[in-house]
Each structure stands twice: as C-alpha cells, then as structure tokens.
Design a protein around this ligand. Structure first.
Ligand code: FES
Length: 126
C-alpha cells in the first residue's frame, strides 16, 4: 500500500495515515506530515503486530529509505534497509545496527489511533 498525504488528510488531531487494519505485518505505507512551513516524507510499517513510523530519511546521508517505491523491509521483513549504502535498521526501535550510521536512530513519528484510523503527529527530531 502506498499513500500520499493530501491537504484533506490534515486535521487538528494529526495527519491521517491509513486504517489500522489496512496494514498487514511486513507492509508499509508512505505519508507526509506538516512540520512548520514544509512537509516531511514519512512511512509507517507494521512489524510483529505493532505499527512504527519514521521520517523517510537515512541517518547517514539525507536519502530516502525505500529501495523500490514503498518497499522498506529486507526480503525476510526483519529489518529496514537503506539502499544507498546498505544500512540496516531495526523496525521497532529505528536503531541502525549495521552500516555507516550504526547506532543512530531514525526520527520517530508518533502515531495515535482513533476509531480504527491511524494519525501521525509531528516528527521527533531529537
Ligand atoms: S545514505 Fe543510508 S547508508 Fe548511506
């Protein structure tokens, strides 16, 4: 599932991402959230039953992480893979465990669920 956030997806509660039951384990969905006067590209994955969302930007160099449109997982769906220089991130913590940015964390995007719909809040830049 791929998604591009539109202005209609924005509300005071956050940015509508998808329905919670739309995203199966090992699947991902892209979206954008407003951050000041710009939009930030983000993605959400379901990993071992739980949703996790991050800014779609490697912590090594400012490159997007999907190696094919909306594909973030390794073949076994156990890591998120940066295609540029091969960094591996754990899906549940966003920590890089192999590759140039080893030890750094992807910027998390907080999620909230309301009535079965997932909304994203502003990214955590720290
Ligand atoms: S840009 Fe991701 S590992 Fe270099």
């Amino acid at each position: 599932m791929a998604s591009v956030t539109t202005r209609e997806d924005q509300s005071p509660e956050g940015t509508r991402v998808c329905r919670a039951d739309e995203l199966a384990d090992g699947k991902s969905c892209k979206f954008r959230v407003p951050d000041g006067d710009r939009y930030v590209d983000c993605f959400v994955v379901r990993y071992q039953g739980t949703l996790h969302a991050y800014v779609n930007e490697c912590r090594h160099v400012s490159m997007s992480l999907d190696w094919v449109e909306n594909q973030f997982f390794t073949e076994e769906a156990d890591y998120l893979l940066c295609p540029t220089h091969g960094a591996w991130y754990t899906p549940d913590t966003g920590e890089c465990v192999a590759g140039p940015p080893c030890g750094k964390l992807l910027h998390r995007v907080p999620l909230v669920e309301r009535d079965g719909t997932i909304f994203a809040l502003a990214p955590e830049w720290s």
